[in-house]
Design a binder for this molecule. Structure first.
Ligand SMILES: Cc1cc2nc3c(=O)[nH]c(=O)nc-3n(C[C@H](O)[C@H](O)[C@H](O)COP(=O)(O)OP(=O)(O)OC[C@H]3O[C@@H](n4cnc5c(N)ncnc54)[C@H](O)[C@@H]3O)c2cc1C
Length: 317
């Protein structure tokens, strides 16, 4: 390994990555620019990959040289460390944004926005994914954490997930194999990279789909969407609302550095300017302690907190 300041990539790694057609290689890229909360230090290297051959070549190269990798969707459920990430951050771009409606199903690349699936289905008088309205992620990142609402989640609608692995062929996994649960799945444990998925749709007139989309949009009025945030910080405990418990503990408006518990929706934390990952960890610890004291409930983070070596806390297990 050649250690130049913070970077500890094997010698010649950047050149080898750049030589792969369909890659966009950015050394020392600040992750804050790619994370909805606007926090996170630099990744040793950020690799945008435009298609499956490029992804396969990047995965093989990183595995062969022992370089850790982190898959990034839209970064709307992730809080990287202030120290950044020692390894390669991969984002699926280009052809991974493809969406095609085939019969009563929609096939989408892992880089496609959930909103694009709803729109494309609606144009064919198909629905079934309207519950994802307002979830700002892409297919890969959203499936990994089984994104959804209180009553529906992506795992219930998915028929098939195609996964890529270093050093081997892609393989399809069924929803049953991936054991989707409340904001959880076995996807991370498989070590695979989601490249594509197929979701079941239901026949529904487009006016009805549009009305449902409006309904789900309205429900988000309480969310502090004008400030950088990362969605709900905590999972809802069974039969309870994390936001209600945090509010009851008197924590709306509580601050750590530039981060604040939203006064609109207590399960959101907003970046008022200059927030750091350390502030997120501090405020999470304070909120958990307070809710444990007032309600006897231990809140579990829904957001994924990363350390610079890729160690994870919270999110999908
Ligand atoms: C305003 C707002 C509202 C939100 N509302 C909701 C909501 O109602 N319901 C909900 O569930 N969530 C919600 N979220 C959280 C977040 O949007 C979802 O969890 C979203 O699905 C994450 O998608 P992403 O593309 O941003 O994933 P990222 O945050 O980039 O990644 C999430 C996880 O997936 C992994 N990953 C990414 N791509 C791949 C891949 N191709 N293969 C394997 N693993 C991969 C990452 O390593 C990470 O562990 C909200 C967030 C915001 C900011």
């Amino acid at each position: 390994m050649v250690a130049t300041g913070r970077t500890a990539l094997p010698a010649g790694m950047l050149e080898s990555l750049r030589a792969i057609p369909g890659t966009r290689i950015l050394p020392d890229e600040p992750l804050a620019a790619h994370i909805s909360l606007g926090v996170g230090g630099p990744a040793d290297v950020f690799c945008g990959v435009a298609d499956e051959p490029a992804l396969r070549a990047v995965l093989d190269l990183l595995a062969a040289r022992g370089v850790p990798r982190l898959l990034l969707g839209r970064g709307t459920n992730l809080v990287p460390a202030d120290e950044g990430f020692r390894g390669a951050v991969i984002r699926l771009e280009g052809a991974f944004g493809a969406v095609a409606v085939n019969g009563p199903a929609v096939e989408a690349g892992a880089g496609a926005a959930l909103a694009a699936l709803v729109e494309r289905a609606m144009a064919r008088d198909l629905g079934g994914l309207e519950f994802t309205t307002g979830i700002p992620g892409v297919v890969g990142g959203s499936l990994a954490g089984n994104a959804g609402t209180a009553t529906a989640s992506l795992g219930e609608a998915v028929e098939r997930v195609d996964l890529a692995f270093p050093g081997g062929p892609a393989r399809a996994a069924t929803a049953a194999e991936l054991a989707f649960g409340y904001r959880s799945s076995r996807l991370t444990a498989t070590g695979g990279v989601i490249i594509r998925a197929r979701f079941r749709l239901v026949p529904r007139p487009r006016a009805e789909v549009a009305a449902r989309v409006r309904g789900f949009t309205d429900k988000r009025r309480t969310q502090p969407l004008t400030l950088p945030n990362v969605g709900c910080i905590f999972k809802n405990p069974p039969g309870e609302s994390a936001g209600r418990l945090i509010d009851a503990a008197g924590l709306k408006g509580a601050r750590a550095g530039g981060l604040e518990v939203s006064d609109r929706h207590a399960n959101f934390m907003v970046n008022r300017g200059g927030a750091r990952a350390a502030d997120v960890r501090e405020l999470i610890a304070r909120v958990r302690a307070a809710v444990r004291n007032t309600a006897g409930v231990t809140l579990e983070p829904e957001v994924v907190l990363l350390d610079e070596r890729g160690g994870r806390e919270g999110g999908a297990c």
